[in-house]
Design a protein around this ligand. Structure first.
Ligand SMILES: Nc1ncnc2c1ncn2[C@@H]1O[C@H](COP(=O)(O)OP(=O)(O)O)[C@@H](O)[C@H]1O
Ligand SMILES: [Mg+2]
Length: 266
């Protein structure tokens, strides 16, 4: 079956509760448990925040979700993660899965190519050849990532020559060029200045109506600003998932969550 046929044939309207449903998910590296028995749902068109100190299993969850785990030695996944009711482990063609999921890492991963090509690569791989169509996609994705005005006169220069904040926005434009249903961000602002961070936060608010966003953040206030609901991970335990507002108004169920969001540890 072709990739497209597989995507179509095995992409049901959704039998699980959420866009992403996680059931009894345990992640191990050899004997080391990175996440233990987590169950939760991420709903369509929400920003779902994941907070927690370093080493809590946040990145491991993202790896399991888009099957980067396949390439990670010793990484063992038990339980289920499903997108639209379909377990991610059932995708034979992992690239077809990953195309639906845009990923933004903590540090911008610039492809060693021009700004234009960074954004045009994925559409080209999907078979789009028309220069006019590619131009339109490049402009649209760069605009949506709040980068177009700064780079429109130098689309032919190397992405790696941009500033760190610009490169992170280029990474977002590239993720958008896949036309993803789900966007994963892993501590995107760790190496980005506060002004760029705010610009990217505005971008995410705009994107929420079109895709499902999982925002792993080391900044609890960023979760408060952006996330509809937030999960608190603590050394491999999903402590709780709640409406973000509840977590920040003293209505968390677990005292550890309160301590963390109030800055008493982490
Ligand atoms: N490739 C790996 N091999 C072994 N242990 C790992 C690997 N990646 C992460 N871990 C361990 O798994 C736990 C969770 O890590 P991670 O998911 O990166 O946490 P977070 O993103 O919340 O900081 C940590 O104890 C970490 O040391
Ligand atoms: Mg991490």
């Amino acid at each position: 079956m072709s990739e497209t046929a597989e995507t179509r044939a095995e992409d049901p309207a959704g039998t699980g509760a959420g866009k992403i449903s996680v059931r009894d998910l345990t992640i191990r590296y050899g004997d080391k448990v990175a996440l233990s028995g987590a169950s939760f749902d991420v709903y369509e068109n929400e920003i779902f925040g994941i907070i927690g100190p370093a080493g809590s299993g946040k990145t491991s969850f993202l790896r399991a979700l888009n099957r980067m785990s396949d390439m990670t030695p010793n990484m063992v996944i038990e339980g289920d993660i499903a997108i639209d009711g379909r377990p991610v482990r059932s995708w034979r063609n992992v690239y077809a899965l990953r195309r639906r999921i845009g990923v933004v890492f903590p540090l911008p991963v610039g492809l060693p190519m021009t700004i234009y090509d960074n954004v045009a690569l994925s559409p080209r791989l999907r078979g789009i050849k028309s220069k006019a169509k590619l131009d339109e996609i490049v402009e649209r994705c760069l605009s949506r990532a709040a980068l177009w005005d700064e780079v429109k006169d130098r689309l032919g220069s190397l992405g790696s020559l941009l500033s760190g904040g610009q490169q992170q926005r280029l990474t977002i434009a590239r993720a958008l060029s896949q036309d993803p249903e789900i966007l994963l961000l892993d501590e995107f602002s760790i190496a980005v200045d506060p002004v760029t961070t705010m610009r990217i936060e505005d971008v995410l608010k705009e994107l929420r109506s079109e895709m499902t966003i999982v925002l792993v953040t080391n900044l609890v206030q960023q979760a408060r600003r952006l996330a509809d609901r937030t999960a608190f991970f603590l050394t491999g335990e999903l402590v709780e998932v709640a409406d973000t507002e509840d977590l920040f108004t003293g209505n968390s169920k677990d005292p550890r969550t309160r301590d963390y969001v109030e800055g008493r540890f982490g």
